[in-house]
Design a binder for this molecule. Structure first.
Ligand SMILES: Nc1ncnc2c1ncn2[C@@H]1O[C@H](COP(=O)(O)OP(=O)(O)OP(=O)(O)O)[C@@H](O)[C@H]1O
Length: 227
């Protein structure tokens, strides 16, 4: 099983209460969760990444237990070996492209950027065709370049899984198609398990070997792939 998730969490703000009950398992390497805004997709993803602690439940990734409330297991985010790509890519604005990628390779906070292995950074710059913009800062990049930097930074530490939150939402339609094809090829080449959340039916078509639907905090139904 690549993904095995069964978690509950109650979120409260004022009078309002949101109950997340995310439960699914999948042997597929390409899982897509879709559902309307506010359905709980991002909260579920944060639980997998370790950025939100469920009230109860269990999370397994490729046979490795990341969270188990009964056994009091809660692996810290930085030890989960998952790459999380946010909707807005969350690049560091004060670091250039090279430094943003190097950040992904740092083993610890005390490692100065200058000491990160230049060879590895060069590899990722080349793999994502970013050599020409290596010295530029995020605000000096196109949407597609920003997305490539975010992907390179996420993949550089060789994670066990890639979590993608609306990865193409910020791109214009033409670029969206190209980046979708790039990610498709990349995932097939690296054979990395991928969990994606999206509103976009095109993403579901392109990446949904296993499609899950989420509404009001719960997984509604599971559609097995035609593949
Ligand atoms: N810290 C919080 N406290 C209370 N409620 C919260 C908190 N964070 C999120 N929520 C609520 O949880 C629900 C699910 O939010 P979530 O971000 O997971 O939705 P989503 O499906 O990812 O939506 P979108 O597609 O718009 O990103 C929302 O109704 C939101 O208001």
């Amino acid at each position: 099983m690549q993904f095995k998730v069964d978690v509950q969490k109650t979120l409260r703000s004022g009078e309002r209460e949101f109950v997340l009950r995310a439960r699914f398992e999948s042997a597929s390497q390409r899982v897509v969760v879709y559902g309307s805004s506010g359905a709980g997709k991002s909260q579920m993803m944060k639980a997998v990444a370790g950025l939100m602690t469920p009230d109860s439940g269990r999370i397994e990734l490729a046979g490795r237990c990341l969270f188990d409330s009964a056994a009091r297991i809660n692996v810290p985010p930085q030890q989960r070996k998952v790459a999380y790509l946010f909707q807005d890519y969350a690049l560091f604005p004060h670091l250039n492209v090279r430094q943003n990628i190097a950040f992904g390779l740092q083993r610890g906070w005390r490692n100065p950027l200058a000491r990160v292995d230049g060879e590895q950074v060069r590899y990722w710059l080349q793999a994502f065709e970013l050599e020409a913009v290596a010295q530029q800062f995020p605000h000096q990049l196109s949407g597609g370049q920003r997305q490539r930097v975010a992907l390179a930074r996420a993949l550089a530490p060789q994670p066990d899984a890639l979590l993608l939150d609306e990865p193409f939402a910020a791109l214009d339609p033409g670029l969206r198609g190209r980046m979708r094809a790039e990610l498709d090829a990349l995932q097939r080449r690296l054979q990395i398990p991928m969990l994606m959340i999206t509103h976009d039916p095109e993403d579901v078509r392109a990446f949904g070997d296993h499609v899950l639907r989420m509404e009001n905090g719960s997984m509604l139904r599971v559609e097995e792939s035609a593949a």
